[in-house]
Ligand binder design. Structure first.
Ligand SMILES: Nc1ncnc2c1ncn2[C@@H]1O[C@H](COP(=O)(O)OP(=O)(O)OP(=O)(O)O)[C@@H](O)[C@H]1O
Length: 706
């Protein structure tokens, strides 16, 4: 009986196949598990046949549906393992298959694939220019060194014509995977020993000297790119798990970040929405747990809902259940809450934003201060708490980074009086703010660090007081903090200088550019919402951009509609949702999101009246629960859905005036406040995988692309 394995190239597209094609894949794969090899070849429905002119004689096609074909690597050495490589339309599948050659890497012993036709054309064409060039990218590495790292004759010839890193990048997808990665590491300045340690030694099988050089053995050795399937149950399970490919496979750029043996300090990964930062954070957590059986890891994210989803995903990713016991998965606020509760014996009960604002209003009016409660609350948050200023002299001497208005010494004294009154009143009522709880926790943790490693997801929205908690919970050293975030998704306007908080990621920063979630139509449209404005980078020392950010997926352009009334808009929403459902999208794969709850309530009521089930994201439904997801834009952070409808995108909601500091009061803060709301819309739109619809009633938000 044949054995079955799946290559990462198959998973990259499997999720996107229509239901009948997926059913065809299941049916065909079941045959591989049921029929003896001779019967497989004889099966009329499967049509397992060789491809004329294929460069690898083991490459075959199988019939999936009328118009779709699977590409399979079939053993010709007596072994019985078949590898499913890709499923595509008839012509695409043949065009892909005919040019591919599969070989076994001499160093890692893994199975690799190359586009042999392209290499034979491109390498000779670049040789004359390379001979003239003053320097080539791999000049300083001898043939012997490259061969020791697994580079074979054809790749060596290609490597010798490459003069720049851009040229090397152009070879990605053509060169065999492990060999390409070796060249990439060398091009980045790693020495041969480091490359051997991080790539070859990591991937070499336990018994590298084994003489078994069958296709089955090479497939078994390629765990990073191939999944083996042991029986029908496992087959059914893995083909049914949506969005699960990342659990087994990481893209090269993700793997390098997640599985770097060790970072000599804190490290950071950034990237636009959907580039797999959360996936990388999960794999890094797995790596840290596996590397040291004693290590305690803290994995944090921004909301409790995201923490729950991280826990579910990590549980699936870890092979060993006991590893999960060594990870605490929580938000920074919850961690600080626990630390303070354990230390004082009393659970803190911090007040919410609205109460805090009300208190500032009372203080401003009682002391007759010349500033609005919004200005005072922001000054307290972005200056006083951000720098942990505890005394008037400290405030008088402080730099007010990110604030656009000048405050003379006399004015600062007045503001400080306000701060003191605010704190006194808070204390008298036995209250605290969340950030005060964090400040308290940081002090406690400074004396009793609780973790060996901290992994931070959604890092862009943490306040300096929250960073202090994280810094204090882990000793300074190798692999102390691993930080994942995207400054374009900063929706709370917390700006930090990580370096000033004792977190230095210099020379340990990477950026992911390939989006796995949304179509390029959705990305291009959503990126325009940001209006090309540069953003402060995660660490606060420079700026960041979406240069090179792209998606390989394509689909329908986003729909934009303006309605004359709210009820017309909500009626159109119902039609839109219904049409998605009729096209086979499940209700739990659809999200409706608004800036405010009022409109969300109306949408919920109308959808339900029309017989469409709904469920609020804030009620933390489990992934399988039926119902269209309803959320405010803030609650959409970190989530994703096949189809997203953003409603109520009017000029009154985006920007929402009440949340914007008037320009004349603080010009810089005004711009930050406006941009924060652009980011909010950007976050909402980039949650969509396949389809995005944006609507408003009345005048459209100026943030919407024309
Ligand atoms: N290597 C991969 N292969 C296939 N799918 C992937 C890969 N990496 C990530 N994905 C998928 O892409 C989607 C986005 O991943 P993830 O949520 O980690 O991105 P993110 O950068 O954290 O997004 P955001 O910043 O928008 O929250 C998920 O569905 C994930 O499963």
């Amino acid at each position: 009986m044949a054995q079955l394995a799946f290559a990462s190239s198959f998973w990259e597209t499997y999720d996107r196949l229509e239901k009948p094609v997926k059913a065809g894949v299941r049916k065909a794969m079941a045959k591989f598990q049921q029929l003896p090899i001779a019967e497989l070849y004889a099966d009329k429905g499967l049509h397992l046949e060789a491809i004329e002119n294929a460069r690898d004689k083991r490459v075959r096609t199988i019939r999936i549906t009328q118009s779709y074909r699977g590409v399979v690597l079939a053993p010709d050495d007596g072994s019985e393992m078949f590898l499913l490589l890709a499923v595509d339309t008839h012509d695409e599948a043949y065009a892909w298959a005919v040019k591919r050659l599969f070989t076994v890497n001499t160093a890692t012993r893994g199975l690799e694939v190359r586009n042999v036709v392209a290499l034979e054309e491109i390498t000779p064409s670049l040789e004359p220019a390379a001979a003239e060039a003053s320097e080539r990218l791999f000049d300083k590495h001898s043939d012997t060194v490259l061969r020791h790292l697994g580079v074979d004759d054809q790749v060596l010839r290609a490597a010798r014509v490459i003069t720049t890193r851009e040229q090397l990048e152009a070879f990605s997808g053509l060169l065999p995977e492990d060999q390409f990665e070796v060249l990439e590491y060398l091009a980045e300045g790693f020495n041969a020993d480091e490359v051997y340690r991080d790539i070859v030694a990591e991937r070499r099988p336990a018994e590298p000297e084994s003489t078994d050089d069958s296709l089955a053995m090479a497939i078994t050795n390629t765990r990073g790119r191939i999944t083996l399937v042991s029986g029908p149950d496992e087959l059914e399970e893995i083909l049914n798990q949506p969005f699960a490919a990342w659990r087994v496979f990481l893209h090269r750029s993700q793997r390098r970040v997640a599985y770097r043996a060790s970072y000599n300090g804190s490290a950071q990964v950034t990237g636009g929405p959907g580039t797999g930062k959360t996936v990388v954070a999960l794999h890094r957590t797995k790596h840290l747990l596996s590397r040291n059986p004693e290590a305690r890891v803290l994995l944090t994210t921004f909301t409790n809902a995201l923490a729950t989803s991280l826990r579910d995903n990590l549980r699936r990713l870890l092979e060993d259940d006991t590893q999960l016991e060594r990870v605490e998965i929580t938000t920074v606020d919850s961690l600080a809450h626990r630390v303070v509760r354990e230390h004082t014996g009393t659970a803190p009960s911090p007040i919410g934003d609205a109460d805090e604002r009300q208190l500032w209003r009372r203080v401003a009016s009682r002391l007759d201060l010349a500033w609005s409660e919004q200005f005072l609350a922001q000054e307290y948050r972005h200056v006083v708490l951000a720098q942990d200023l505890r005394a008037e002299e400290e405030y008088l001497a402080a730099k007010r980074r990110g604030r656009g208005s000048q405050l003379r010494a006399a004015q600062r004294k007045q503001v400080w009086r306000g701060v003191e009154a605010f704190l006194t009143e808070l204390e008298a009522a036995g209250n605290q703010t969340h950030l005060q709880v964090c400040a308290h926790a940081a002090t406690v943790l400074g004396k009793e660090q609780q973790f060996d490693h901290v992994v931070v997801d959604e890092a862009q929205d943490l306040h300096p007081a929250q960073w202090r908690v994280l810094r204090a919970t882990v000793p300074v050293g190798s692999d102390d903090l691993f930080i994942a975030g995207d400054p374009h998704q900063r929706i709370y306007d917390n700006r930090v200088s990580l370096r000033s908080l004792g977190i230095n990621v210099t020379s340990r920063s990477s950026r992911l550019r390939l989006n796995y979630r949304s179509t390029s139509e959705i990305l291009t449209w959503s990126a325009k919402v940001l209006d090309n404005e540069p953003v402060d980078d995660l660490g606060g020392d420079g700026s960041d951009s979406l240069t090179g950010y792209r998606s390989l997926l394509s689909g329908r352009p986003p729909l934009m509609a303006t309605h004359s009334s709210q009820s017309e808009e909500v009626a159109a929403l119902v039609d839109q949702v219904r049409s998605w459902i009729e096209r086979g999208v499940l209700t739990n794969e659809i999200a409706v999101c608004t800036r405010f709850n009022v409109l969300l309530d109306k949408a919920a009521e109308r959808l339900q009246t029309e017989g469409i089930p709904v469920v609020r994201v804030k009620n933390r439904p489990s992934a399988e629960d039926e119902g269209v997801r309803l959320a405010t834009m803030h609650a959409m952070k970190g989530l994703e859905f096949r189809c997203v409808a953003v409603i109520g995108a009017t000029v009154k909601a985006l920007p929402f005036d009440r949340d914007i500091t008037p320009y004349e009061i603080d010009a810089q803060q005004h711009c930050n406040d406006v941009f924060k709301q652009r980011c909010l819309l950007f976050v909402a739109c980039t949650r969509a995988r396949e389809e995005l619809s944006v609507s408003c009633n009345g005048t459209a938000s100026p943030f919407l692309p024309a």
